[in-house]
Ligand binder design. Structure first.
Ligand code: BES
Ligand code: ZN
Ligand code: ZN
Length: 489
């Protein structure tokens, strides 16, 4: 679907050509494009500012039927994200117009101030992610994704980047799967069904998958996970996906929170805060997406994904505040609040991963706290790690992918906020301040001395309004972030 092309734009028939244009500097050097760009910028309605747009039909000098010039703003302000957004937007508009095939004119190497591979990658990503429609619950399927998206690249450099479209497509496939799983309503992704869907996609991608059912979890001692699951008729599952590559020197374990719906349990959420809780499995969707992407990207390390799946419901069989349970690690936990369920399922999966795989690095992704949203808003995830290099690598990957992350502290002295009178630890801190931090500290008690990071993604996994390259719904946050990291750890 994504193709690099080096066409002679004067003579080759192109249905729709999209040209990104800066307001102050020329970023293209293709001779067929320059007169069009000058002509557009001479118009009063087009200045090349971001969101400016003008369409020429069958303009002289090219064989294109339709040429769309899209503004990017000032050159010095350009980022990879400017191109991701422009391409996403262009694809969405093309879908609206029932087009099948478009061609982007990629700016010339050295003209945008960005590294060419980064620029091209961002364009491919924006276009690929924008070209996706979630319409499985609509009777009438009104729109279809584009069939081909071409990228016009100077023939001298096309060869050096020939592998990029396939790599981007692999990472985007994982992202789009994660988005769909998050957008899916909770009635169609109860743990058993969701586990089946995860297994099916992961196996189709060539991963090996193991699913532990309730009996297997009980036998292995997943006491914290089973405690959360108890309130629901839906049975829990632990899905384990493995990507292994010959000669791998390192193993990375990824753990993703998979609460398919979080009512809060007996500490029931008020209706406003329950409304979006179908997204509480976004960590697991991101981990599955990253594993499926890895099957295509083939990093040099082994990657193990562990997805604990439960539904958090109130009922006559649900755990009660004050209950004390024994987790996989052997440590006991007092349930101070049944709505702090994410940390319970994560500690069992984390402890199991550390014991079973001895990973060189272990990262968990989880929509863990409302406090994280309070601290960083809807666009940033919080990163917690005692390992500076790991935290910095995650933040840097966030900058490159625009899946933005901000490091937060893990202060030892806050641990006393998790003390329990009767058990080894409480799942409910004694203060409501710093809730994202106390949640991370709770997890940190169950990873022994592994090199570990926790990413609280409560904010950015869902976008109600949608943006340039994501329709309303799940964003797939975390998949591209992890893909970017895998070969760098
Ligand atoms: N799933 C929620 C966290 C959440 C809230 C994610 C809002 C996305 C949006 C989590 O299970 C939860 O309820 N956490 C509680 C913890 C508290 C009871 C210690 C919270 O953040 O209020
Ligand atoms: Zn909760
Ligand atoms: Zn939750």
């Amino acid at each position: 679907m994504l193709k690099l092309k080096s066409l002679d734009l004067k003579t080759e028939k192109v249905p729709t050509l999209i040209i990104p244009v800066c307001e102050d500097e020329r970023i293209h050097d293709n001779k067929s494009l320059i007169p069009l760009i000058e002509k557009a910028l001479a118009l009063s309605e087009f200045k090349g500012e971001s969101d400016d747009e003008v369409v020429f039909y069958s303009p002289p000098g090219t064989a294109a039927e339709r040429v769309v010039l899209m503004g990017l703003g000032k050159r010095e302000k350009l980022e990879a994200e400017s191109f991701r957004k422009l391409c996403g937007k262009a694809v969405k508009q093309a879908i609206k117009k029932d087009l099948k095939d478009i061609l982007f004119a990629v700016p010339a190497d050295g003209k945008t101030g960005l590294d060419f591979a980064d620029l091209l990658k961002a364009m491919l990503e924006g276009a690929c992610l924008g070209n996706h429609i979630f319409d499985r619950y609509k009777e009438e399927k009104k729109k279809k994704p584009l069939e081909t998206i071409g990228f016009q690249v100077d023939p001298d450099i096309a060869g050096a980047h020939a592998a990029l479209p396939e790599k981007v497509a692999a990472a985007c496939k994982g992202t789009l799967l994660a988005r769909d799983w998050v957008t899916l309503p909770a009635n169609d992704k109860r743990p058993e069904m969701y586990a089946d869907s995860l297994k099916q996609e992961a196996e189709a991608a060539g991963l090996s998958v193991t699913v532990l059912d309730e009996a297997a979890l009980a036998e292995k001692g997943f006491g914290a996970m089973l405690a959360v699951a108890r309130g629901s008729e839906a049975k829990p599952r632990l899905v384990i996906m493995e990507y292994r590559t010959e000669g791998a020197e390192k193993t990375i374990a990824l753990v993703g929170k998979g609460v398919t719906f979080d009512t809060g349990g007996l500490n029931l959420k008020i209706s406003g805060s329950m409304a979006d809780m179908k997204t509480d499995m976004a960590g697991s969707a991101a981990v599955a997406g990253a594993l499926i992407a890895a099957a295509g990207l083939k990093p040099h390390c082994n990657v193990i994904g562990l997805l604990p799946l439960v539904e958090n419901m109130p009922s006559g069989t649900a755990i009660r505040p004050g209950d004390i349970i024994r987790s996989y690690s052997g440590k006991t936990v007092e349930i101070g609040n049944t709505d702090a369920e994410g940390r319970l399922i994560l500690i069992d999966a984390l402890a199991y991963a550390v014991d079973t795989y001895q990973p060189d690095t272990i990262i968990d992704l989880a929509t863990l706290t409302g406090a994280c949203l309070m601290a960083l808003g809807e666009k940033f995830a919080a990163v917690f790690s005692r390992d500076d290099a790991l935290a910095e690598a995650i933040v840097a990957a966030g900058v490159r992918t625009h899946e933005r992350c901000w490091r937060m502290p893990l202060p030892e002295d806050y641990k006393e906020l998790l003390k329990s009178e009767f058990a080894d630890i409480s799942n409910m801190p004694s203060t409501r301040w710093g809730g994202a931090i106390t949640a991370a500290l709770f997890l940190s008690e169950f990873v022994k001395d592994a090199r570990w990071a926790h990413i609280d993604t409560a904010g950015p996994v869902y976008d109600k309004k949608g943006n340039a390259y994501s329709p309303p719904g799940g964003t797939g946050f975390g998949v591209r972030l992890i893909c970017d990291l895998l070969d760098r750890l």
